[in-house]
Every structure is written in structure tokens, then in C-alpha cells.
Design a protein around this ligand. Structure first.
Ligand code: ZN
Length: 161
């Protein structure tokens, strides 16, 4: 088995807390200059604790949306898993572990692990084709803002385009 799942979750939560203040750019229109803080919403960290995500109001008149948030590394949109968690699970699966045993190892359940593997494969393929195979996971935080923007557009176009 790879390193313990719980220590991965702790490390990811710590990284996410530290990356909270990344550079701010509206993902809908690219505006970097005029935005104001516009409340918060809560999200669970990977270790089960809650954290606040800052919401911003974009002041570009041409912007198709009025508010946005910047997700710090290692959060992904929509899914509760981080990229590292998805790829970790996929790796275990490719190494021959059954979905049932991965579910047990990660304290999860069969349907969720099956969804995570499918998602990991889709994201991995997309990274290979669209981002030259470069993983932003656990690397320089400077890669994350453009990654999460492109990821949101590629996987959730109805919400983010
Ligand atoms: Zn905007």
C-alpha cells in the first residue's frame, strides 16, 4: 500500500490553508484589476474541518458573471476529492487493488471510488493533452490559478464559461 491515506489528507488540508491567498483574477473574464471582497462560503477541508472561501465581486461591466471565488490548491471544483487524492486512488487501482480494498483503505465506499477513478482517468487524459502532462499537484502554487480556471472551463463549462 502507498503512504497512509489520512496523512495525505492532513498534508493536503495544510497546503490548502497555506495557499489561501493566491493571486486574484476573475475566471469568467480575466479581469485582474477591479474586484472587491464579497462574502464567504464554507467548504470542507480534506481532514473534515471547515474553511472559508473568499468570494469576490467582479467590477468589469462586460463580465458574464458578477461574482467568483478562487479555489486554493488543493481544492477542485464540485468534487470533494483533490487532484492528488484522485490520482492516488487511480494509481492504487492500476496497481491491481480492487475497488473494495481501495474503499476500505480510504474510508470511502464503492460507488464513490468508482466515480473517483473515472474522474481521475478523465482528468489525467485532459492534463496529458491540454497541459503537456504537467501536474500542478503538490508543486509550485503558481501553477494552480491557471490550472483551476482551465479545469473549471473544461469540466464544468455550463457553470464557468
Ligand atoms: Zn469578470
Amino acid at each position: 500500500m502507498p503512504h497512509p491515506w489520512n496523512s495525505l489528507l492532513t498534508v493536503l488540508s495544510e497546503i490548502t490553508r497555506k495557499n489561501y491567498k493566491s493571486f486574484i483574477c476573475c475566471p469568467h473574464c480575466g479581469n485582474r484589476d477591479s474586484h472587491i471582497k464579497y462574502g464567504f462560503y464554507s467548504r470542507y477541508l480534506f481532514d473534515g474541518n471547515l474553511t472559508n472561501i473568499q468570494r469576490y465581486r467582479c467590477d468589469n461591466d462586460q463580465c458574464p458573471q458578477k461574482t467568483f471565488s478562487i479555489l486554493p490548491h488543493a481544492f477542485l471544483r464540485i468534487t470533494r476529492a483533490s487532484l492528488c487524492m484522485l490520482l492516488h486512488v487511480l494509481k492504487m487501482y492500476e496497481q491491481g487493488n480492487s475497488i473494495a480494498s481501495i474503499a476500505k483503505h480510504t474510508g470511502s465506499n464503492w460507488p464513490r471510488i468508482q466515480r473517483w477513478i473515472a474522474k481521475a482517468i478523465a482528468i489525467q487524459d485532459w492534463i496529458r493533452v491540454e497541459r503537456n502532462g504537467i501536474l500542478p499537484c503538490l508543486s509550485s502554487q503558481n501553477l494552480w490559478p491557471s490550472f483551476i480556471r482551465d479545469f473549471s472551463w473544461a469540466f464544468y463549462p455550463a457553470r464557468y464559461r
